[in-house]
Design a protein around this ligand. Sequence first.
Ligand code: NAD
Ligand code: WQD
Length: 338
Amino acid sequence: MKKILLTGGTGYIGSHTAVELIREGFEVVIADDLSNSNIDVLDNIQEISGTRPSFVRLDLRDKKGCQALFAQHAPEAIIHFAAKKAVGESVHQPLLYYDVNLNSLLNLLEQSEKYPVKGIVFSSSCTVYGQPEILPVTELTPFQAAESPYGNTKQICEEILHDNCRSNPNLNAISLRYFNPAGAHPSALIGELPLGVPANLVPFITQTAAGIREELKVFGDDYPTPDGTAIRDYIHVVDLALAHVVAVKRLLENKQKNNYEFFNIGTGKGYSVLEVIRAFEKASGQTLAYRVVERRAGDIVQIYADTSFANSELGWKAERGLEEMMDSAWKWQLKLKK
Ligand code: NAD
Ligand code: WQD
């Protein structure tokens, strides 16, 4: 059985990916410091998939701990999810974001050179594109100056991977640039666990409908879009998880065209904030309390992916629509509330 190391594997996207990898017959080892996830997630991965992943509690900034992790588990490939991810927090605590997001990657790359690791899949983000001039955004769209320290860490990590692949032909890496992940596993056993007040739209919607928040604030309805609200490419977390399975297989089967590759992982469809609200209301049967307020500083008007490269080159396509995202997010919220 091929052993895959998932850093940040008890987190939102990592836990869904663990389930899909186990289903495909991989052995999963999770390394996570549990700073933004819960150990109970292991029980739930086991309940869904029938197998409990190995778990190492580790802060990836800990070089010695990383050495011990590789000495014990010697993975054949790595999926590197672990990172700090709150855009707003990164503006206030930039050093923490540079420390965690950069040093974790550096430690993993250092260890990868000492073991026969085939490659690493990296969690990147559409945030690297800023507001692109032409939509949909392709992989050839140039990066724009990052809007936040968080976004900058994603750009720098991609550059580190690219430079390292250039200098070391034995290293293979794939960056997956996620658009806006949403939804939860259909079992409602795993999902997103936002800490405190969610900054992201979908958990804020479900918490409002559950009575945890009074109302959703819609940030601006005067954008140059059909209904005036901002547009994003929301992707079901299970579709996103499946993209990782495909990427890992590509590494293990030596199918890469270059030893550093990067793909847009979205649906190719953009939805406005109001369309997301309507889809949620339809899927949940709830009426959502919301109010339009000022635009949020730093928000872009619209972004959605050109997914043709990922579709043709990876043979992967998002299959789940917005209503399925909302339906699963709502079922997960109801489970959390219990
Ligand atoms: P998450 O916070 O749910 O998962 C990240 C996991 O990493 C958590 O379990 C956390 O405990 C762990 N972690 C954090 N710092 C660590 C450290 N120093 N050592 C070990 N473990 C550590 O986040 P997620 O939404 O699953 O995101 C996964 C990855 O995808 C991140 O790299 C994130 O930047 C990226 N991403 C997320 C989104 C999104 O909207 N969720 C979008 C684009 C990219
Ligand atoms: C979506 C839309 C808001 C909350 C962020 C990161 C990005 C990536 C994904 C990691 C926007 C609107 C939101 C609310 C609202 N993460 N909104 N009321 O900003 O596209 O992307 O998460 O890489 O890097 O920047 O996602 O979910 O915050 O917002 O009206 O209470 O919903 O203005 O148009 P965003 P989001």
